[in-house]
Design a binder for this molecule. Structure first.
Ligand SMILES: Nc1ncnc2c1ncn2[C@@H]1O[C@H](COP(=O)(O)OP(=O)(O)OP(=O)(O)O)[C@@H](O)[C@H]1O
Ligand SMILES: [Mg+2]
Length: 265
C-alpha cells in the first residue's frame, strides 16, 4: 500500500499514534516482512490476523523494537510514535517499551512475588513517590488486569505459582502498570479459558479509552468482537487493512476472503 491508498481509506491523520512505512524485516536471508505500510490509531483496537508464519508477531515486535533482541533480525523502513522515529539512535529502547508495552502468547511472570511483578516497572521508571503510592499502583493494575480478587490475599506469593490463565492476567496487569500509551498483545488469550478470555476482552475495550491496543489473534470471532481496525497478513505482506466490519463482511482481496472463510491458514 502507498500513501494514496491509505488516504483513500479515510485514515484520520490527526489520530495516528504509530505510523509504519516501507517496513522490511529479515532473519538472515529470510525476508519475513515485505514493504509494510500501516497506521495505528489512538483509542483504537487494531487486530493483526493471518495464517501461521505470515509475520504477525514479527511485525508486532517492530513496534517496540523487541526484534532488537534477536541477533539475526534486521528491520528497515520507518516507524514513528507520535511522529518521532522509534529507531532513531537517541531513543532508549527501555523507555520506548514502557510507552509501548507488550503481552506475549506464553505468560512470562518474573520469578518474583505477585506484588513485585507489578511493582517492577513503576519502580524502574520512578512512578511512585512512596510505598503507599506503589501499593496503589499495584492494586489498580491488578484490578484492571481482572485478577485482584484472586490474588489480593497472597501478594507475597510467587507469580510463577499461579495458574496459566492467572499468570497471563498478571502479565497484562504488569504491562499496564507503567501506563503505556500503546499495548501490544500477541495472542494474549491462547492460554485462557472462556471466562478469563471474556475478562481480557472487556479489559481491552476499556483500555481503548486511554490507549491504542494492537492484538494478534487466530480467532476471527475475537478480532470481530474487540477490534475496530483489522490488518490481514499473508506471506509477509500486509494484504488488506481497514475497518473490521468491512474486512469481515466485504473484503477486497480474495486472499482475505479465503482466510476469513476458512479456506487458507
Ligand atoms: N527468531 C526467528 N529466527 C528466524 N526466523 C524467524 C524468527 N521468528 C520468526 N521467524 C520467521 O519469520 C516468519 C514469520 O514468523 P512470525 O513468528 O512473525 O509469524 P506469525 O504470523 O506470528 O505466526 P504464528 O501465527 O504461528 O505465531 C516465519 O517464516 C518464521 O519462521
Ligand atoms: Mg506469532
Amino acid at each position: 500500500m502507498n500513501d494514496m491508498t491509505l488516504v483513500g481509506k479515510n485514515v484520520d491523520t490527526r489520530n495516528i499514534k504509530i505510523s509504519a512505512r516501507a517496513v522490511q524485516v529479515y532473519y538472515g536471508d529470510t525476508h519475513a516482512i515485505k514493504d509494510v505500510d500501516v497506521d495505528i490509531e489512538s483509542n483504537t483496537v487494531t487486530a493483526f490476523i493471518g495464517p501461521s508464519g505470515c509475520g504477525k508477531s514479527t511485525f508486532l515486535r517492530c513496534l517496540n523494537r523487541m526484534n532488537d533482541t534477536i541477533d539475526i533480525c534486521r528491520v528497515e523502513g520507518q516507524i514513528t510514535l507520535d511522529g518521532e522515529d522509534i529507531y532513531d539512535p537517541k531513543v532508549d529502547p527501555v523507555q520506548l517499551r514502557a510507552k509501548v508495552g507488550m503481552v506475549f502468547q506464553k505468560p512470562n511472570p518474573f520469578p518474583k512475588s505477585i506484588y513485585d511483578n507489578i511493582a517492577y516497572g513503576p519502580r524502574i521508571h520512578g512512578l511512585a513517590r512512596n510505598k503507599a503510592e506503589l501499593d496503589e499502583i499495584v492494586e489498580k493494575s491488578l484490578r484492571r488486569g481482572a485478577i485482584w480478587d484472586e490474588v489480593k490475599d497472597r501478594l507475597d506469593a510467587p507469580g510463577t505459582g499461579l495458574s496459566g490463565g492467572q499468570q497471563q492476567r498478571l502479565c497484562i496487569a504488569r504491562a499496564i502498570a507503567t501506563e503505556p500509551e500503546v499495548l501490544l498483545m500477541d495472542e494474549p488469550c491462547s492460554a485462557l479459558d472462556p471466562i478469563a478470555t471474556a475478562q481480557v476482552e472487556e479489559l481491552i475495550d476499556e483500555l481503548r479509552q486511554s490507549y491504542s491496543v494492537v492484538i494478534v489473534t487466530h480467532s476471527m470471532q475475537q478480532a470481530a468482537r474487540v477490534s475496530q481496525k483489522t490488518a490481514f497478513f499473508h506471506l509477509g505482506n500486509l494484504v488488506e487493512f481497514g475497518e473490521t466490519g468491512q474486512i469481515f463482511t466485504n473484503p477486497e482481496d480474495p486472499r482475505t476472503e479465503s482466510y476469513i472463510t476458512g479456506r487458507i491458514g
